[in-house]
Design a protein around this ligand. Sequence first.
Ligand SMILES: Cc1ncc(COP(=O)(O)O)c(C=O)c1O
Length: 438
Amino acid sequence: MSSVAVESGGQPETQDDWYEIAERVLPGAGLGGYALPEAERFVIRRGEGCRLLGSDGKWRIDYVCGAGALILGHAHPAVTEAIQAQIPDGIHFFGTLNEKAILLADELVDAIPCAEKVMFATTGSEATFYAMRLARAFTGRDRILKFEGGYHGNHDYSNISVAPKAVSNYPAGQADTGGIPASTQDSVLIAPYNDLEAVRRLVEEHRAELAAIIVEPIQRVVCPKPDFLPGLRKICDDNNVLLIYDEVVTGFRLAYGGAQEYFGVKPDLAAYGKVVGGASALSAVAGPAEIINLSAPANRGQSNYAYINGTLHGNPVAATAGLATLAELRAPGFYKSLNALGDTVRKEVQAVLDHHGMRAVATGDASLWQILFTDKAPTSYADMLSVDSEETRAFDLTLLRHGIYALPGVRRFLSSAHAEADIDDTLKALDAACREFA
Ligand SMILES: Cc1ncc(COP(=O)(O)O)c(C=O)c1O
């Protein structure tokens, strides 16, 4: 144990003490892809509603919302109570069905337009990975088309052309991380988001080897043009290729039926995470019985069997958190008011930015939003490249110093715990941040 921890009787006392340990034992003193600069960094002690308490004793308004998973905010009483009630009955089983997982599966099949069956996994990354495996097993073809700038998790098939520095030489992609085998990279084709003509050309050229197109219906914070998702559906149908929605973010966030309901276009398969497990370790793949059944245990040994299995798949605590969360989301008017709050935030934030003459837009849709330093809301990855990312990140850090927690350069989320007073506080902080930034 560290010297600071020993001296203070087991618990570090100050935030610097926490960082002293973190810097020693965690790479870059981070838990993943992000580490805030020293001047703005903080350690989270606890979350309550839409606010986070840091080890520095300061409260911040949280727009990260657990990467969008916490649609009800932190420590929602109904979710907390449900989890507490499950814990004495067992926090984990494996191999045999549990009641909570069956109840959640039944609810998902009711809620998700493309679902006749679902299969559980643990993370959003696994859900997209399994959706691609199912697509390959079903079609007998190897390649997947994904969009430049689209993110589908931490696995090798996702980390290709998520954040290239220049537009790609379609369909060739660039690996975003070391460690991706060339053969995996070669199995992923890259296309420009919101460009149906280019997608059609690539699909027609590669249809013999193409299993599926995977798309984030709203790619990061870039919204689909009105004809984009219907156009993808048609290209897939015309070429006998599967359409996969990555609904890890949009599922149960845009609407109860996710992007499928919100945009009115149904994919063949859809991957879920985040909200579906009430921000616990649960995710799911949904689709027609004909495809999802390929993962049925009895199919093991067949050439089109798709192995889906994991220690925590269908975990009862996570399923309980999911059930309790979904029950809250079914309350009449839930999405109407959450999405209206998103409209208000974008409008009011834009007004403050304009008032200060900032060359920035408040963009997004429904309960997703972001401030980008550019002239117009981006509709393509090329537009995203023209965003002044340094200014965008610097401004986000200024906001953070004023008590608004959003990861620099990353889209932000609203939860039902964000009340009018929190938005007022946010706008005041924004006004102060604009003055400081100017
Ligand atoms: C659209 C999308 N797909 C997949 C993932 C991966 O989910 P997870 O981080 O739970 O593995 C994410 C994570 O943010 C995501 O935004």
